[in-house]
Write a protein that binds this ligand. Structure first.
Ligand code: BGC
Length: 396
């Protein structure tokens, strides 16, 4: 891994509050789960709210130098304009523990969940949504900001919008193009406001988003229809959020999972996603590391530092994860060799966790979690990743 001139390259893994903490009883996902939305209830999840010390110690023992987590808005502000002191003390403790463990922090402010009071009044569809989010950000910046190294304002705004307001997979399970566009614009406004607020407190803060990028590839790069389809998808899914948020990014957080090959005919109009015939994850997601190089090269003109904020694989047997990591790191190296400024890699995820509407079945963790005993067991791939990190840090 190329570390100079941006040394030290950051190595680690990520989690998000609702997926690991447990008992996030005041958000919209929890309410949806109780109403039988999704396959399982998150319940105690990984009980990370109580076991974070043990989890960070494990990350440290596995060679990590950085860690990504999220602050749960519904805990910080359980009722509108009522900020919970005990929660703020808890998150200070969490971030101090990261410092003690010498782990650089990436702190996400919104990772798919909303306080129930916020979603009940219309959530991100409401025109004052960004203003309400800004009040929360203001408190977090003031109370926790001294302990944050990297800020991730919004996780995967596009995924959230599409799943919740078009695909109907996530609460509030709507299908409305107008609602989706409103939500996207309000998330963009929320990011811009958060960017300004955080910089007011900390002028040299590093603020960005964790954006999922899909590598869209043409079935045939000599066919106009395929190229057009890819350009449209790329603009809509990968670019639009950056158009809406302009220059309010100090770095780009890249979440990369897969690529998608498109074929389109103009006459008669037809659009097709070509099925992937190579390796897949337990969720049948295509494993295509070269797509990561593709995504990174396309980001080069933005001239911003890049951190891989998520990249991982559902692999309960742990038979593909080690190769997955190595192959994706090679993909990063290739992009670096072409001058792309990648400065860190955070694997998804440190722990097996609550995979949203899919429940606990898919296992993304470097560390396996027994949901009965909450025992943590690093998988063999976690040690492969550790060896990769050690080798890179030695510069060999
Ligand atoms: C999300 C994570 C999720 C992961 C795997 C990303 O879209 O940010 O919360 O667990 O993908 O599906």
């Amino acid at each position: 891994m190329t570390t100079a001139p941006y040394a030290p390259f950051l190595w680690g893994a990520g989690t998000s509050a609702h997926q690991v903490e447990g008992n996030n009883v005041r958000n919209d996902w929890w309410a949806w789960e109780q109403a039988k939305g999704g396959r399982q209830k998150s319940g105690l999840a990984c009980d990370h709210y109580r076991r974070y010390r043990e989890d960070f110690a494990l990350a440290r023992a596995l060679g990590h130098t950085a860690h990504r987590l999220s602050v749960e808005w519904s805990r910080v502000e359980p009722q509108r304009d009522r900020f919970d002191e005990a929660t703020l003390v808890h998150y200070r403790d969490v971030l101090e523990e990261l410092r003690r463990q010498k782990l650089i922090s990436f702190v996400t402010l919104h990772h798919f969940t909303n306080p129930l009071w916020f979603s009940k009044r219309g959530g991100w569809e409401r025109s004052d949504a960004a203003e309400l989010f800004a009040r929360y950000v203001n408190v977090v910046a003031q109370r926790l900001g001294d302990l944050v190294d990297f800020w991730v304002t919004i996780n995967e705004p596009m995924v959230y919008t599409v799943e919740a307001y078009w695909q109907r997979r996530w609460p509030p399970q709507k299908r409305s193009a107008i609602a989706a566009l409103r939500v996207l614009c309000h998330l963009a406004a929320a990011h811009r406001r958060a960017y300004r607020i955080i910089h007011r407190f900390y002028p040299s803060a590093q603020v960005g988003v964790a954006k999922q990028f899909i590598a869209y590839l043409p079935a045939d790069d000599r066919r106009l229809g395929d190229l057009l389809a890819v350009a449209v998808y790329d603009w809509w899914f990968n670019r639009l959020f950056f158009v809406l948020t302009g220059r309010t990014h100090d770095y780009i957080g890249v979440n990369y999972y897969f690529s998608s090959t498109k074929r389109a005919r103009l006459f008669p109009p037809a659009l097709q996603t070509i099925p992937w015939e190579g390796a897949v994850s337990d969720l049948q997601w295509p494993i295509r590391p070269e797509g990561l190089t593709h995504v990174l090269l396309k980001l080069k003109p933005m001239r911003l530092p890049i951190y891989i904020t998520e990249n991982g694989v559902a692999d309960a047997a742990d038979s593909r994860r080690a190769d997955f990591i190595r192959a994706h790191l090679r993909a990063v190296e290739q992009a670096q060799a072409s001058g792309v400024d990648v400065r860190g890699y955070l694997h998804w995820s440190l722990l097996d966790n609550f995979e949203w509407d899919l429940g606990f079945g898919s296992r993304f963790g470097l560390v396996a979690v027994d949901y009965n005993t909450f025992e943590r067991t690093p998988r063999p791939s976690a040690y492969v990743y550790k060896a990769v990190i050690e080798q890179a840090r030695r510069g060999t």
